[in-house]
Unconditional design. Structure first.
Length: 74
């Protein structure tokens, strides 16, 4: 993607467990570049474990949508 000079934002929807494990992940809104979208999913897997949920957060899991922005330094 860097060689092709691709930039963009992909939105990743994921569900995490109370202890910070990723239970499921998918692209909510693609960036327009398959390589960037794939990297958004892989980035999430590499970030595990995420910080655990706060004690006051109800439920056994939490679903979140996050934007992942890819840009080149100029």
């Amino acid at each position: 993607a860097q060689r092709s000079r691709h930039e963009g934002v992909t939105y990743v929807r994921f569900t995490m467990s109370r202890d910070g494990r990723i239970l499921a992940a998918r692209i909510e809104r693609p960036s327009g570049h398959a390589a960037l979208d794939q990297e958004g999913l892989e980035l999430l897997q590499r970030a595990q474990p995420l910080p655990p949920l706060p004690h006051d957060q109800p439920g056994e899991s939490l679903e979140i949508v996050v934007p992942v922005q890819f840009f080149l330094r100029r």
